[in-house]
Ligand binder design. Structure first.
Ligand SMILES: [Zn+2]
Length: 255
């Protein structure tokens, strides 16, 4: 099934029968990427009175209770509700779910104080001369690129400078997606400077913008343009576990 998508005076096509899933599966136990030292996801059969939600244990159906922490258990999409005093919910954030996205691969820069950062200059080098996509996917390859879990907790992962984020905003990019566990440092005393710069909170809040963290970019994925499809739970919360589905974009007639 081929769809045609106009974008900046060019017609692109995508083949909906060739999805690329760019998220980790979310499963009970320790086979997930993890960050911020949060407990791992836990799924267990519902148990009420005589009822047990497990066929293996003699119940009539399987019925699990899921305990998850979206920000630390795997791929998730968050809205400004993550840093706002006011209630903003991921369920209310999207007016639609498909966007033109660009995937870029960069190696974070080692600073003299030992942190790895993504700077404004790096962003300029990558996207200054291009038409800004609606969604920018930033692959850093800081994890084993074979689908195995990544333990970020206590490892001081790379992060974006607020200036890099301000530049991304100035380019008009609505959604950021990255394989890093956060756009800010693991420990920053709650400043969250890059998150704030991205959402322009609280002075000019970008309520329709999202950040997706702990993406999984399959090894064969090449940099370039994709249709990005967001799949979230309709949660009245700041974030949701998410499945991001990509479709390679081709200029029309080149499919
Ligand atoms: Zn998060």
């Amino acid at each position: 099934m081929i769809v045609s998508i106009p974008f900046h005076h060019t017609m692109y096509q995508a083949d909906l029968t060739k999805p690329i899933i760019a998220s980790y599966p979310l499963q009970s136990g320790n086979e997930n990427p993890s960050a911020f030292h949060v407990p791992e996801p836990h799924f267990e059969p519902l148990s009420i009175g005589d009822f047990i939600g497990s066929k293996a244990l003699g119940g009539s159906v399987n019925c699990d209770v899921l305990t998850i922490i979206p920000h630390g258990n795997g791929t998730h999409t968050e809205c400004v509700g993550h840093i706002a005093k006011e209630p903003y919910f991921i369920a209310d954030t999207f007016e639609h779910f498909h966007f033109i996205g660009s995937l870029i691969t960069i190696k974070p820069l080692k600073t003299e104080y030992g942190d790895d950062i993504i700077s404004e200059q790096m962003m300029r080098t990558c996207i200054e001369d291009t038409i800004a996509p609606q969604a920018l996917m930033i692959r850093t390859l800081q994890y084993p690129n074979d689908g195995s879990k990544k333990i970020w907790s206590g490892n001081n992962p790379p992060y974006f400078t607020p200036e890099a984020m301000a530049y991304i905003v100035a380019k008009g990019i609505q959604h950021i997606l990255t394989d890093l566990p956060s756009v800010d440092p693991e420990m920053d005393n709650g400043i969250l400077a890059a998150h704030r710069a991205f959402w322009q909170y609280p002075f000019d809040t970008r309520t329709a913008s999202t950040i997706t963290e702990m993406m999984y970019f399959p090894e064969q994925l090449v940099d370039g343009l994709y249709m990005v499809s967001f799949h979230i739970l309709r949660l009245m919360s700041d974030a949701s576990p998410s499945t991001i589905v990509l479709y390679k974009l081709f200029q029309q007639n080149l499919l």
